[in-house]
Design a binder for this molecule. Structure first.
Ligand code: ATP
Length: 629
């Protein structure tokens, strides 16, 4: 096994955050010839090599840091080892990774590796206790009962030093909650509740002040000592105090080659023997990176700074200064990730998920709490509906009570119905379009760790969104229906608006599943909904739209909702009594190409948009979740 230095800290008898548990044996991880290339567009040639035949090992129960200049490939290496990054149509990953001397496919194995992202990805309306309980209940729920989970969470909160803020909302940049350091520790705790043997963290100290950063790395060390976890993290410019905590460091050069991999305490000596002595009182990590930035590859090569993978004979001669000498022991020669994929069924031990019903129950509770606790969003959403619809009601006061016989009266009546319906479309889309992309990283993190499946997530979202939208439509109808004096059936009018809200919500979710951030979502809103205005028949008569473009109306939920509402509002008794009123109402049906016999078709299209767009959104989301993480 590797000669990388094992942690010398005396082990306590307590298992980290795990009540009444015996100390366990840690896991080792090795990798060999691991390269990562970006490919040319034609996918046959390599455009750029980001990681070049890297190798290294993580001894059991050790804390290792990946150091390197910006863009050297630290996150890429961590993500590949964690199974969060693999070959795609534009990138190629090669190499062999093994855990406890058994080849693995990191993607298959990833559920066994706790992975803490750079961004904390926590729900702002939850408390640290709730976040830990949610994770423990869904990931350990098969093996543990409620009391045991509560015990684990309590012990973890104490171990993480989160007792004081255990019941404070996590918050985010806009709504103040717990501190940045506490948030980071909560994010770590969410992964640690399952007592993972391998813990990977991307920039765990980013955004933390010096003291919080030190406490965070000290905590990671504690996990290796008390729970025998093997911890790997990337880090930018660690302070001297932090550097001293690491057992081992891996230094990546600017071209993605391994410069050093070995005990942190021997880094200075490694550089010194290669004619890069460390100046007095300088942080070894700063010196290591400074040398890389101020010398070109040729000079570094001449100075023999890059580590070479050594074979056993060379290692026996002892000419590697102790660095990187674990690489050969681990990933077996000739093995590769491809080979591991074929063997993976015998190696990986995925955690069992709790039942579908239990996943649904936990997700529903969390979604509902999130909705109620995010008071700003809730008040904003319902407040905007009441304000806008009262405004419509006042402006179009009694528009529906005119006799429809003259042009002004029917135009007012038709205009009021159309504008309220357009506002329903925007009002139902906006919350889904804006909240979903912001929740996406949280979903991707939880989905990738097997906390829950895709279907419970999508269905729980629908369960919470449906009553919320229904209440929104009822509020809207109470504000406008009576003030405008709409003539169609109240219940049918509400049902039509509700169908539009659901269809638009599905459209927004589909868009949200491909959009990566809130800014993009805001920019995409007009693209998704303004064309619907063109096809809805109010501004341009359907007959006047070029035939080759008319197919687009089939995708427009606004058009079919308005068709239904026009049938509810302008047919039969709802239309004025006079012959002129009847003629005016008929002309609205004509200009919109509406047939009374096509009600089933209009309802069918709305239902199809609701269902198909939601399913497409789910498929895209799962594809994304499976490729990104
Ligand atoms: N999928 C990809 N396709 C093409 N290039 C990529 C891909 N992923 C990463 N890169 C490039 O690889 C290089 C290394 O990226 P990486 O994020 O691993 O570096 P890093 O050392 O973690 O950087 P930093 O310290 O600035 O976060 C960067 O130049 C990045 O643009």
């Amino acid at each position: 096994m590797s000669s990388m230095k094992r942690s010398s800290t005396k082990r306590s008898s307590m298992a980290f955050g795990r009540p009444n548990r015996a100390q366990r044996v840690g896991q080792s991880l090795e990798w060999n010839d691991l390269s990562f290339h970006a490919l040319e567009k034609d996918k046959t040639k390599i455009k750029r090599t980001i990681l070049q035949q890297t190798f290294g090992s993580l001894p059991p129960a050790s804390l290792t840091a990946i150091l390197g200049t910006s863009g050297s490939g630290k996150s890429s290496l961590l993500n590949i080892l964690a199974g969060r990054m693999s070959s795609t149509s534009t990138t190629l990953v090669e190499g062999a990774v093994s855990v406890d001397n058994q080849l693995i496919d990191p993607v298959e194995y990833r559920k066994n590796i706790a992975y803490v992202m750079q961004d904390d990805c926590l729900l702002k309306t939850a408390t640290p206790r709730e976040a830990l309980t949610f994770s423990a209940s869904l990931r350990l729920g098969v093996k543990k009962n409620k009391e045991e989970i509560s015990e684990i969470v309590d012990a973890m909160l104490v171990a993480l030093g989160l007792e004081q803020c255990a019941d404070t909302f996590i918050g985010d940049q806009l709504s103040k909650g717990i501190s940045g350091g506490e948030r980071k520790r909560t994010a770590i705790g969410v992964e640690l509740v399952t007592s993972p043997s391998l813990v990977f963290l991307d920039e765990p100290t980013s955004g933390l002040d010096a003291f919080a950063a030190f406490k965070c790395i000290e905590l990671l060390k504690k996990i290796t000592v008390e729970d025998s976890a093997t911890v790997l993290c990337t880090i930018h410019q660690p302070s001297s105090e932090i550097f001293q905590i690491f057992d081992n460091v891996i230094v990546l050069g600017t071209t993605g080659r391994i410069v050093y991999g070995g005990p942190a305490s021997e880094l200075t000596q490694y550089y010194e023997t290669r004619n890069f002595p460390i100046p007095l009182d300088t942080n070894p990590a700063d010196h290591a990176l400074f040398v890389l930035m101020t010398n070109d590859e040729e000079e570094l090569e001449k100075a023999n700074l890059f580590s070479r993978r050594v074979n056993t004979v060379e290692a026996d001669k002892g000419d590697n200064d102790g660095a990187n000498d674990g690489a050969d022991d681990g990933a077996e020669d000739g093995g590769s990730i491809e080979e591991a994929k074929r063997m993976s069924s015998s190696v990986h031990h995925l955690r069992a998920n709790v039942s579908f019903v239990k996943q649904m129950r936990w997700l529903l509770i969390r979604e509902s709490k999130n909705l109620i606790r995010d008071k700003g969003a809730l008040i904003g959403r319902y407040g905007a509906v009441v304000f806008l619809n009262l405004l419509f009601g006042i402006i179009f006061l009694d528009a529906g009570r005119g006799n429809d016989a003259d042009q002004v009266s029917i135009n007012n009546h038709y205009g009021a119905l159309t504008l309220v319906t357009i506002s329903t479309m925007f009002g139902s889309a906006q919350p889904a379009l804006l909240t979903f992309p912001s929740e996406r990283p949280l979903f991707l993190r939880e989905y990738s760790t097997g906390t829950y499946g895709l279907y419970p997530y999508i269905i729980s979202k629908v369960f919470v969104e449906v009553p919320t939208l229904f209440l929104q439509i009822v509020l809207q109808s109470l504000c406008v229906y009576f003030l405008i004096g709409l003539q169609g059936s109240y219940i049918l009018t509400i049902m039509a608006w509700f169908a539009l809200a659901l269809a638009v919500n599905s459209t927004a979710l589909l868009a949200g599943s491909v959009i990566t951030d809130v800014k993009q979502a805001a920019e995409l809103t007009p693209l998704l909904f303004v064309p619907q205005l063109l096809f809805c028949g109010f501004f341009v008569a359907t007959q006047n739209i070029p035939v080759w473009l008319r197919w687009a109306q089939w995708l427009c939920s606004l058009k079919y909702t308005l068709n239904l509402l026009i049938l509810i509002e302008f047919v039969g008794n709802s239309c004025g009594d006079s012959a002129q009123a009847q003629a005016n109402c008929d002309s609205i049906l004509q200009r919109n190409d509406i047939n009374t016999g096509d009600v089933g078709l209009y309802i069918g299209i709305l239902v199809a948009i609701m269902v198909v767009f939601r399913i497409l959104g789910a498929i895209l989301l799962s594809l994304k979740a499976n490729t990104v993480f």
